[in-house]
Write a protein that binds this ligand. Sequence first.
Ligand SMILES: CCCCCCCCCCCCCCCC(=O)OC[C@@H](O)COP(=O)(O)O
Length: 243
Amino acid sequence: MILAVLRSAIYTLCQIVITPLYFLIILAAFPLSPLSRYRITSGWAHLMLFLLRIICGIRYRVIGAERIPQTPSIILSKHQSAWETLAFQQIFPPQVWVLKKELLRVPFFGWGLAMTSPIAIDRNSGKAALKQIVVQGKDRLKRGFWIVVFPEGTRIPPGQKGKYRIGGAWLATHTGVPVVPVAHNAGRFWGRNALVKLPGTITVSIGTPIDPTGMEPDDLNAKVESWIEAEVARIDHGAPDAL
Ligand SMILES: CCCCCCCCCCCCCCCC(=O)OC[C@@H](O)COP(=O)(O)O
């Protein structure tokens, strides 16, 4: 455990030093197209995953990578940790996130994030947010981006479940784009705001894409929820050994 604390502290230190420096690279990418800007910004996530692996010993394996569609799709995923927002950039094609707009105000990180064409919503704005998700979602899909939505809206500890909000399913039924459900157990290794990251192998499981044609948003959402929750229960075997 003492070793895990030390490794996490070193990782955090690296992140604090590297992020403002990397932001300078992102600034230089400002005149480029959204897709090129994404690729450059995403380099930061790749770097953090690399540091997590060599410093904290956090690795991952992917089940079902062969099911990833060839065309831009909508990822609906469990949200347990900041980790999955990094790893999805390595696992899936270029993507934008539906996120809470407060995130864009975080120094350096948020400013960099703003350069990735996110769909930044006000979590309390209900119907207006749904409208925004459809308008901006269509635009991002047209530019070739995938869209990532965490239906629970916030990071939920392992073994628990938040309310699955309708936004992602709504976007899918209003665009006809396939939904890719994703389950994982990242929160076991890097919990919400946890200072200590535990070594081990995270499992990410990618489900069969769902064609939303003819479905109601509620039914689609329920189908995604039941697959994700059952799959998380199947792949998650409790706390890692390091404690
Ligand atoms: C200078 C470096 C800048 C690099 C930016 C790279 C992009 C990293 C990807 C971050 C994507 C974040 C998407 C999160 C979606 C969202 O908004 O989820 C909310 C939670 O997460 C935080 O909420 P909470 O758990 O309630 O604190």
